[in-house]
Design a protein around this ligand. Sequence first.
Ligand code: 8YV
Length: 310
Amino acid sequence: MGIEILQTTALPINAALQRDYTVHALWQTADKAALLKDIAPRIRGMVTSGGVGADRALIEALPKLEIISSFGVGYDPIDIDCAKERKVIVTNTPDVLTDDVADVAMALMLAMMRRIPQGDAFVRQGRWLKDKLPLTDKLGGKVMGVVGLGRIGQAIARRAEPFGVEIRYFGPRKKADIAWQYYGDLVAMARDVDILMIACPGGKETEQLVNAAVIDALGSKGYIVNIARGSVVEEPAMVDALVNGRLAGAGLDVFANEPQVPEALLKLDNVALAPHVGSATHATRAAMGQLVLDNLAAHFAGKPVLTRVV
Ligand code: 8YV
């Protein structure tokens, strides 16, 4: 038996993992408790994703666990405090997905503001032959407030600027090397911008950060784009504002309870919806998978991991 690892979810690197390790597939096991009881004392590594994560109960069930290698940049469903307490290394897959996620942010923003999905349906349904679509809103000249100017937030801002969009940002602190206007108060920024671009990490610290007060401050001409986590937005307040014309539109790749999407959103014309596909290209998913493998390999070769969270 080689090094034994626990895998919590299917990934594009299943074959490579099975080649290099003795893999126990938790997600394919009906009686998870029985499997864990049997293998727990031998598990040295865990492979999970930014969607599935690893909670305290799971981490604590694995006394020999050394590393959690996670697929995805976001690690909000991994109990980081517990990993720290148990001295378990946690790695994620930053950088390799930044460009793709920023591309989807731009695509959703334009799709929503210019009603691209509606236009597509209009053409397909033959309605163009006897009707015209209503005019839409112009992107150039708008002010975008980025919530969380990290790697992805900056990549979105750099894409938006050549479209004639003015950038401002909100975050826990002003960044020394950034000239864009900073706000320490999200409601104040929402009042001053047209588009709220949500690009911050998920988790407890940002839960419902974009709440009813922020949405009110953004106002009936404002737009929300969220490529971060559904948990960052007070979703019922956003849906209510969209339904009642107190928000102009939303472009959403993530949802509070995905893959469940609030029924009311499905009926709206002023939203563009995507099924959490920010990083979902062949090239990027392959690079993310490789990084998961490389982090594991480095650790088990006694070397420093490449992209450590804690
Ligand atoms: C992944 C993501 O789809 O990187 C992230 O944080 O949300 C996406 O790239 C997800 O982590 C896979 O479950």
